[in-house]
Design a protein around this ligand. Structure first.
Ligand code: NAP
Length: 238
């Protein structure tokens, strides 16, 4: 890609072995960024459970060794499943929060000195349209994604004076390995989301990655503390 809008950026992308995270890592690299990728599996630089104790500090330390610094975080790792409320075991709820919220918080916290030093840090969290509404079977997931949006706003407020922006991208229904089982088991659910979007289609990981790249760039220097639906217009329709 000719555009080198992200040249000089040093980024961590988690969940980069699949779906949205993989597309984000590829897009950031295509625009000139150095990227350290992490996932439980897949073709990434570092295999790790982002929810494990010490994982984020380790990742930040690796970034410094590999890239000589760190100024951009895109924590994409996330988990989701449809479970009725009465089937929400404590361990399930805790795991969803550990991966979707706690790991994001820890990564940002452990990178704060580097982000402040960079002077133009970028944090793009991945919420969901369920950061803005609830749905059947998604109690833990929707609660966790509301938390990610709130966390992002608080980070933006606290790190803004250091030139760091924090934005929460809220994807609609995106065709990835995360959603594939639900769309296969419940084709009506897939049709619902295709029809709910003003653009009348599911999203692709690239639809999200392109927006994340913009938010990581200097073009988005005055955008922060913001939840952004990237959902083909689904949330804007009844
Ligand atoms: P995906 O294809 O399943 O990718 C997520 C990746 O994160 C997977 O490789 C997953 O590994 C990995 N991961 C999960 N837990 C991890 C952990 N503890 N440590 C390290 N890596 C871990 O899903 P996706 O659709 O691209 O989702 C990416 C993000 O977008 C998530 O935060 C998701 O909540 C969010 N999102 C997705 C949609 C959608 O419609 N797809 C909509 C809104 C928001 P495993 O496969 O082994 O779990």
């Amino acid at each position: 890609m000719a555009c080198e809008r992200l040249k000089g950026r040093k980024a961590i992308v988690t969940g980069a072995g699949s779906g949205i995270g993989a597309a984000v890592a590829a897009r950031l690299r295509a625009e000139g960024a150095q990227v350290l990728t992490c996932d439980l599996k897949g073709e990434v630089d570092h295999l790790a459970d982002v929810a494990a104790q010490g994982a984020s500090a380790d990742l930040v330390a690796r970034a410094v060794v590999a890239m000589g610094g760190l100024d951009t975080l895109v924590p994409c790792a996330g988990i989701s499943a449809f479970t009725p409320l009465e089937g929400h075991e404590d361990a399930y709820f805790e795991r969803v929060f550990a991966v979707n919220v706690f790991a994001v918080f820890r990564l940002v916290r452990d990178a704060v000195p580097l982000l402040k030093a960079a002077g133009n840090g970028r944090i793009v969290t991945i919420g969901s349209t369920t950061s803005s509404f609830g749905d059947e079977g998604l109690a833990a997931y929707a609660a966790s994604k509301h938390a990610v949006l709130g966390l992002t706003k608080a980070i933006a407020a606290e790190l803004g004076p250091f030139g760091v922006t924090a934005t929460c991208v809220q994807p609609g229904a995106i065709d990835t390995p995360m959603t594939a089982p639900a769309f296969t088991e419940m084709p009506e659910y897939k049709t619902f989301w295709e029809n709910k979007a003003s653009l009348r289609r599911l999203g692709e990981p690239q639809d999200i990655a392109d927006v994340v790249a913009f938010l990581c760039s200097d073009d988005a220097r005055f955008v922060t503390g913001h939840g952004l639906w990237v959902d083909g217009g689904a949330m804007a329709r009844h």
